[in-house]
Write a protein that binds this ligand. Structure first.
Ligand code: ADP
Length: 671
């Protein structure tokens, strides 16, 4: 067995055995001491020192391995070769020692030999143990070096650039991505190079990220501080690339830096943000478009509804009345659809805010149900309300128009989808010590019900449980989507339980405030909603004393309609076709009130109202002005009030809506 050079050297030094086969020689002398008693005596004498030296060699080997781990060669191929060499050497030593052990075992076991001295026996036992240890080490080392080269290969194949420094800020290892990223200093990127040397060279070569104002020492210091003192993540732009730097400190004070090129990722993010913003802009544009469309549609609708209603009053033949009824109900149905689409787009654009005004639950309910009671009766379906009367007497703070809208929608659907049986509306709620009140409403019906797999869909916009329902029952599929959003705005929740064929129960909650005791009860809520959803159903007119009214309106159909409505309410009106004309008219004569269209040629209603208020300044007079507009966007009412107007009716104006607003404004404005 050929010993390694180191071992041969050791054998020569300790036992004076010079030939390369020294190990075999020693083994044979140990086996037969009488063959060379002198050498045998030398071996026995020198053995303890030999073992000591062997121990030292292993300690040295261990140190070398540790050092090797720290300053790993950068390529995994080189590393593997080095490992193989180490392994071969270890195996050679193990071979020598195995021979020693075998000889020792043979000697120990052979009882026919003259007894060995205790010293020799001990030495043999020790050498046998050593041989085992060396073998185990060789196996363990193979395992360690395999794992190590796997790690290096993993680091090498990372997309990210990685570099590791020791506690003295000397480079331990980096991968080729890192060398590519810092190509100008690649020659320095070898184990052992101090980090500041690398940085200084980078600075001199004009590294990306060096500013004209940086001096070398400050820049190097800042970079060292960033990489070694602060663990964490940062993103930096270097030339035209974006790099994400991630620094970490290991418990034994090594620094690991990971650099990832995120240029593409950032580009995608920017594109996503742009896409999102343009989608949002498109959505806002859509909602403005819808609001404008609704203005364009409402103006002629105003004419159709108003004139048809006037003509119906004059019609003598039953046939004429029937036709006009049909015109009115079709126009009403169209108006409901327009209002739904407008409401939905307003909510979607985040432009719908709720009012918080005092209102009576009973009045709201009565007016909401007015049209529906008749509809249910016509179908032979009973419509009942169950509620604690004390609750109905309660004055609440909230948005009665929107509350009413949800109730009308749910009860309307219940009546629509029920052929026989009953619809029950139940109201309850809980008062809280902080003067808030959670209203709880449920609507039960005995109608067609909703298939289980459609229950999750019906609160989505434009969705209907069954496409054929559109043909059978009509509807836009927007009602529940709007209701769900309104309920959410009112701080509540809406849900549904239903069995196909036997009926449905819709429930919702809404948070309200409690109105102060002397709250006004004069808000014409139900009327406004009933007028919105089905104008013909609302008939209560609130009379005001006869007035002289200046009507500023450019559209001829609307002029005629408003004149007739005012005439029927007992008022006298004079027309001005522009804001400018209205100002001149006001100079000429005495008027009790101005009914002002907002969009007029030459001078619009807002400008005219502002001028009227300017002229009145200091005179002690203030003429009431009511805006009359087809604009229905959030903020229009506020714009009118800010221009100095006192009230607001939205087109198409109805007899009830106009009368109520006239009465309200005259009542409120000091004259
Ligand atoms: P629509 O204008 O179509 O009634 P909604 O959003 O109010 O729109 O309702 C969506 C769908 O939910 C309806 O088309 C219908 O299929 C179903 N639905 C709503 N309420 C009821 C009910 N009480 N009974 C049965 N189906 C209902």
């Amino acid at each position: 067995m050929a010993a390694s050079k180191t071992l041969a050297r050791q054998l020569r030094r300790h036992f004076g055995v010079a030939d390369p086969d020294g190990a075999s020689k020693i083994a044979s002398v140990l086996a037969a001491p009488q063959s060379d008693p002198e050498l045998h005596a030398r071996i026995v004498a020198a053995f303890p020192r030999f073992l000591e030296a062997l121990g030292d060699s292993y300690a040295q080997l261990e140190r070398d391995v540790t050092l090797g781990t720290r300053s790993l060669e950068l390529s995994s191929a080189e590393l593997t070769a080095a490992n193989q060499k180490l392994h071969a050497e270890a195996m050679a030593q193990a071979g020598v020692l195995r021979e020693l052990r075998e000889t020792a075992n043979r000697l120990l076991a052979d009882s026919s030999r003259p007894p060995l001295t205790d010293e020799v026996t001990d030495l043999l036992t020790m050498s046998s143990l050593m041989s085992d240890l060396v073998r185990q080490r060789a196996v363990a080392e193979t395992e360690v070096s395999r794992t190590r080269s796997q790690l290096v290969s993993a680091i090498e194949n990372l997309e990210a650039a990685i570099v590791m420094y020791d506690e003295d800020r000397r480079l331990i290892i980096c991968n080729s991505r890192h060398r590519e990223m810092f190509a100008s200093v690649a020659h320095l990127l070898v184990p052992g190079t101090p980090h500041d040397v690398i940085l200084r060279e980078l600075y001199r070569r004009g590294a990306a990220g060096v500013l004209a104002s940086d001096d070398e020492a400050t820049w190097v210091e800042a970079m060292l501080e960033r990489d070694h003192m602060t663990a964490g993540v940062c993103e930096r732009q270097l030339d035209d690339r974006w790099i994400r730097i991630e620094n970490a400190q290991t418990p034994d004070r090594l620094t690991v830096s990971l650099r990832t090129d995120i240029t593409q990722f950032r580009q995608m993010t920017v594109e996503l943000i742009n896409a999102k913003e343009s989608a949002e802009r498109a959505n806002v544009a859509k909602s403005y478009f819808l609001a404008n469309m609704s203005h364009e549609i409402r103006t002629p609708m105003n004419g159709i509804l108003g004139m048809a209603e006037l003509a119906r009053g004059l019609a003598v033949q039953p046939e004429q009345r029937e036709y006009l009824d049909l015109v009115l109900s079709s126009a009403d149905a169209l108006l409901v659809i327009i209002n739904d689409i407008l409401d939905f787009s307003k909510i979607e654009a985040g432009k719908l805010t709720l009012e918080s005004i005092p209102f009576s639950l009973r009045a709201t309910l009565d007016r909401s149900l007015m049209a529906l009671v008749q509809k249910a009766k016509d179908k032979g379906v009973s419509l009942r309300t169950e509620s604690d009367p004390r609750l109905l007497e309660q004055e609440l703070l909230g948005d009665p128009v929107r509350l009413s809208q949800v109730i009308i929608n749910l009860v309307g659907n219940a009546v629509k989808f029920t052929e026989s049986g009953e619809v029950v509306l139940r109201l309850g709620g809980r008062f809280r010590p902080d003067r808030t009140f959670t209203l709880e409403v449920s609507v039960d019906d005995t109608g067609i019900g909703i298939p289980a797999d459609k229950l999750g869909l019906i609160f989505e916009a434009f969705s209907q449980a069954d496409a054929s329902t559109t043909r059978r029952f009509g509807g836009t599929g927007l009602g529940l989507a709007i209701s769900a959003r309104l309920v959410a705005l009112m701080g509540g929740q809406i849900d549904v339980e239903s069995r196909e064929g036997s009926g449905s129960r819709f429930r919702f909650t809404a948070k309200m405030g409690l109105a102060p005791v002397q709250a006004s009860a004069s808000v014409d809520v139900g009327g406004a909603v009933a007028a919105r959803r089905g104008g013909a159903g609302a008939t209560t007119a609130i009379a005001a004393a006869p007035m002289r009214i200046l009507l500023a309106e450019d559209n001829v159909v609307n002029q005629r309609l408003a004149l007739s409505l005012l005439d029927r309410l007992g008022h006298r009106a004079i027309v001005a076709p522009t804001g400018q004309a209205a100002l001149e008219r006001l100079d000429d004569g005495e008027f009790d009130l101005v009914l002002m269209d907002v969009q007029m040629p030459v001078m619009g209603g807002l400008e005219a109202a502002r001028r009227i208020r300017e002229r009145e300044r200091g005179s002690g007079r203030r003429i009431p002005i009511i805006a009359m507009t087809a604009n229905a966007m959030q903020g229009d009412r506020e714009a009118c009030l800010a221009a100095g107007m006192d009230g607001y009716v939205s087109k198409p104006i109805t007899p009830v809506g106009l009368a109520a607003e006239l009465a309200r404004v005259i009542d409120r404005v000091p004259r």
